[in-house]
Design a protein around this ligand. Structure first.
Ligand code: SAM
Ligand code: SF4
Length: 335
């Protein structure tokens, strides 16, 4: 039976944050100092994560799971979790198909981890990288680690992940002069670069509408150098994809702010401490950890998820007076 929200959108995609910790400090995500990490005993165990994911896959035929964070690779024994999630199959009659298991990472540890993650059953990897200039990369992430991230992208390609995607958050006056460099990088390395519009989820509250580099601007800038054409309808995918007319691959823009994709949203989220969220920008959460640790049954967990999805709104209101910033920042929710 599908899980459907009040606006008729079928929920099929679960984003699981497995930790709020990170070895980087990207300015648009968390402050350089002073983050207070959740105590380890408050994080869901891999068994608890698997149980919630299994309910979503078996009951409602979820087709997508993405592991994220914080930085997922800082959590110990990550391939063990990947193996558990990769083994999930929908119950007969639930519809759906095998789960498309993906992960978003800052890439710094992929040089070591990519082959093990692939063997464990991870299908797709997205690596975040916001500058190709070592100094600028260091000032955005507060880590001198561009070489490790680039090695990580190569390691993911070598391990057989295809396509590897690279997420680049564009910020006005910070890295908006690297749009063409990133496009060329994607073409050269055979990876799909996806430019992300900066969203008001930074821990420091520095976001303003003026800091957003829009879809139109990205497409116009690339098209002037590498002519583009649209490839497909976006469907429920956040990225609008375009192809290089010369056959040089594809590029995407995740225009969460200027061309919101809420009307076709099919995703829900689980935070590292077991809170279920029906939207990235949700201001209410449902405490699934309390149900699990209080001895609740799978039916209890499923009922709580159904109730939360039953309250899902039509969409976020960024840029309007009604917009309320969630209490948690991106690294705490799971991007
Ligand atoms: N640590 C991993 C990483 O950086 O890929 C996974 C977690 S991170 C929160 C997930 C994605 O959210 C990354 O691609 C990151 O660039 C993006 N992100 C973080 N804060 C953002 C913001 N304020 N606006 C837009 N994207 C953001
Ligand atoms: Fe860490 Fe990812 Fe946030 Fe950067 S965007 S601070 S890598 S969680």
């Amino acid at each position: 039976m599908p899980l459907v929200d009040p606006f008729g959108r079928q929920v099929r995609d679960l984003r699981i944050s497995i930790t709020d910790r990170c070895n980087f400090r990207c300015t648009y995500c968390m402050p350089e100092e002073g983050m207070v990490w959740q105590p380890r005993e408050e994080l869901l165990t891999y068994e608890e994560i698997e149980r919630i994911a299994r309910i979503c896959v078996q009951r409602w035929g979820f087709t997508g799971i993405r592991i994220t964070g914080g930085e997922p690779t800082v959590r110990a024994d990550l391939p063990a979790l990947v193996e558990k999630l990769a083994a999930l199959r929908p119950a007969s009659g639930a519809g759906g198909r095998d789960v498309d298991l993906a992960m978003t990472t800052n890439g710094a540890s992929l040089g070591l981890l990519a082959p093990a993650l692939r063997r464990a059953g991870l299908r797709r990897i997205t690596v975040s990288c916001d500058s190709l200039r070592p100094d600028r990369f260091a000032s955005i992430t507060h880590r001198n680690a561009l070489h490790r991230v680039l090695d990580g992208i190569d390691a993911a390609v070598a391990a057989g992940f295809a396509p590897v995607k690279v997420n680049c958050v564009l910020m006005r006056g910070v890295n908006d002069d690297e749009i063409v460099d990133f496009a060329a990088f994607g073409r050269d390395r055979g990876v799909e670069v996806r430019f992300i519009e900066f969203m008001p989820l930074d821990a420091q509250g520095a976001w303003t509408a003026q800091t957003v580099v829009t879809y139109e601007e990205v497409v116009r800038t690339i098209d002037a150098v590498f002519p583009l054409e649209p490839v497909d309808r976006r469907g429920s995918h956040p990225a609008e994809r375009l192809a290089y007319r010369d056959g040089g691959g594809t590029v995407g823009v995740i225009a969460s702010v200027t061309r919101s994709f809420c009307s076709s949203c099919d995703r829900v989220r689980l935070t590292a401490d077991g809170q279920f969220r029906n939207c990235l920008f949700a201001v209410h959460e449902t405490d699934l950890r309390a149900i699990l640790r209080g001895g609740g049954s799978d039916d209890d967990v499923a009922a709580a998820i159904e109730a939360d999805v039953g309250r899902k709104w039509a969409g976020h209101t960024i840029g309007q007076v009604t917009f309320l910033r969630p209490d948690r920042s991106m690294s705490q929710i799971g991007g």
